[in-house]
Design a binder for this molecule. Structure first.
Ligand code: UTP
Length: 228
């Protein structure tokens, strides 16, 4: 299978522990050893948010704040590359084209962000679209897609399965409620919908769930299926 794994920065490196990064790398190595083509996209997490918050106080433009965020995603991507044992791209890919070329060389491809104006959620969906991935996995800090932000609403319920159109609706209603945090952003959901990308959203704090999702085992998250 060709797989794109999107690993949130807060999942990969919430406090920069080697063991945690190694656990994520081990799952990617295992998938590559099993013959899958794997591309990882890494987010910036709280470190990116802290840099962005500080630079905002200093008066930076939104464009420059995004550029700072991209730098942090690439730092995290470099950390993941360091932990990988399989033959991986030596430096984070800086574009989708470079990530695709790396996959075609038979490497595990790793990238962070690309350009200002979106997040690595959209970068991952675009990469999955570009390379015709069989599966897109979002390893996030919440265990799936909920009817509302589970950290803000105790009545939030998790969906086991959604169509892509339902995903767009759910995420757009979460994103319109102030202060809410969607597990995948709206732009990413629209890319998933337009290309019918089979997608799962799961708790990345337990990296072996990624392997379970690929193997078709119970991964305890949300599966997004193409519209009929
Ligand atoms: P993330 O993808 O980690 O964003 O990129 P996020 O949604 O804030 O993180 P999570 O998913 O909640 O952990 C960090 C920041 O980097 C910039 C954006 O400012 C983003 O918020 N970025 C990232 C870009 O501008 N372009 C990219 O391609 C990627």
């Amino acid at each position: 299978m060709r797989i794109v794994v999107s690993i949130g920065g807060s999942v990969l490196a919430p406090d920069l522990e080697a063991d945690r990064v190694e656990a994520h790398a081990a799952v990617i190595d295992e998938l590559a050893d099993d013959g899958h083509e794997v591309a990882a996209v890494v987010g910036g997490g709280d470190v990116a948010r802290e840099y962005i918050g500080t630079a905002r106080d200093l008066g930076a433009t939104e464009y420059d704040l995004d550029a700072l965020g991209i730098d942090v995603t690439r730092l995290n991507a470099r950390l993941l590359i360091t932990a990988l044992e399989s033959s991986a791209i030596p430096e984070p890919a800086e574009s989708h084209e470079a990530a695709r070329a790396s996959l075609r060389r038979g490497e595990v491809s790793v990238m962070g962000g690309t350009v200002p104006g979106h997040t690595t959620d959209a970068v991952s969906a675009l990469l999955a679209e570009m390379v015709g991935a069989d599966l897109l996995v979002y390893a996030t800090s919440v265990p799936g897609v909920f009817s509302a932000d589970p950290n803000a609403d105790e009545d939030a319920e998790r969906f086991d399965q959604l169509t892509a159109a339902e995903l767009v609706d759910v995420i757009s209603s979460i994103e319109t409620s102030a202060g809410s945090n969607a597990p995948v952003d709206l732009l990413a959901t629209k890319i998933i919908e337009r290309s019918g990308i089979r997608t799962v959203v799961l708790d990345g704090n337990e990296p072996e769930r990624v392997a379970a999702a690929v193997d078709g085992d119970d991964f305890d998250g949300t599966e997004v299926v193409p519209n009929e």
